[in-house]
Design a protein around this ligand. Structure first.
Ligand SMILES: Nc1ncnc2c1ncn2[C@@H]1O[C@H](COP(=O)(O)OP(=O)(O)OP(=O)(O)O)[C@@H](O)[C@H]1O
Ligand SMILES: [Mg+2]
Length: 261
């Protein structure tokens, strides 16, 4: 059995900041000297590869190829630390132990997997194999919003589940659903993170209210930020602008993950 931890990042609704958060949390763990993998299980609408400067032409093998038995999981893993870096934030990952396992961005392959499905056990085996083969400390899983097969799997096998929510009533209801599922599955570490919080509210008040509502710890309240929107998923914001409020709050969440024994 591999010793590395699986960290799933989920939100019930879309657009909460999962992909930006996952990429930045993984990057912070790699900067802290950890061996880190990132899997894009958002098969329907993959996106996290963009934060690592990849497009269809640079991707190589994908999770889809693995799920269809066309390659091993190891062949999907792209070493980000080895790539010549093309942006100020990503350049800081040079020489670090960080791998991305992207999902295909080809329309035909996405529709094929949605139409035909795949063996979810194979995905689980892939997670376990890559943890072992790359001797990872952490495997971060970026998910599709809502609940579907790969999301339920990634929640069920998580050592740490990060649920992201915005301060919005639709998100509150959806988060209650996911928290209930996580509790029924006995996920060992359930951590909430608030993103897109309006700066006019005190983050400490938001934290207190959300913790009382869901009876779970909030590891960070990250502000709604024009600077982050302006970054437009081009770069790893917390590496590029480490002194920004969003980045500092993000690092607080990374610390909470690294502190889990
Ligand atoms: N704190 C923030 N302030 C402003 N914009 C943000 C913030 N966090 C994320 N964004 C922006 O919100 C959009 C969605 O972010 P992201 O893709 O990370 O979310 P997601 O939860 O992965 O979305 P999806 O559910 O579609 O996968 C992006 O344009 C991103 O730049
Ligand atoms: Mg996403």
């Amino acid at each position: 059995m591999a010793n590395g931890k699986i960290v799933s990042i989920h939100s019930f609704r879309g657009g909460t900041g999962k992909s930006n958060t996952t990429a930045n949390l993984a990057a912070q763990a790699a900067l802290a000297g950890k061996r880190v993998g990132i899997v894009d299980t958002d098969i329907q609408s993959p996106g996290i590869h963009v934060l690592f400067g990849l497009d269809e032409t640079k991707m190589g093998k994908t999770l889809n190829d693995f799920l269809h038995g066309k390659c091993t999981i190891r062949e999907v893993a792209l070493n980000i630390g080895e790539k010549a870096s093309d942006s100020e934030g990503r350049a800081k990952l040079a020489g670090k132990d960080i791998w991305l396992l992207p999902s295909s961005i080809r329309g035909r392959e996405i529709s094929q997997i949605i139409r035909e499905g795949y063996d979810v056990n194979r995905l689980n085996e892939g997670f376990q194999t890559i943890l072992k083969e790359l001797n990872l400390d952490y495997l971060f899983i970026d998910t599709h919003p809502g609940l579907n097969e790969e999301t339920l799997l990634s929640i069920a096998i998580s050592d740490i589940l990060i649920i992201i929510l915005r301060p919005d009533n639709q998100d509150f209801q959806g988060t209650a659903v996911t928290v209930d599922i996580a509790r029924s599955l006995d996920i060992p570490n359930l951590i909430l993170m608030v993103n897109k919080a309006l700066p006019k509210y005190d983050p400490a008040d938001i934290k207190k209210t959300i913790e009382a509502t869901f009876n779970a710890p909030v590891a960070g309240v990250l502000p709604l930020s024009f600077d982050l929107a302006d970054n437009a998923s081009k770069d790893l914001f917390s590496l590029r602008f480490p002194d920004h409020e969003w980045s500092k709050a993000l690092c607080g969440v990374a610390d909470a993950i690294l502190a889990v024994k």
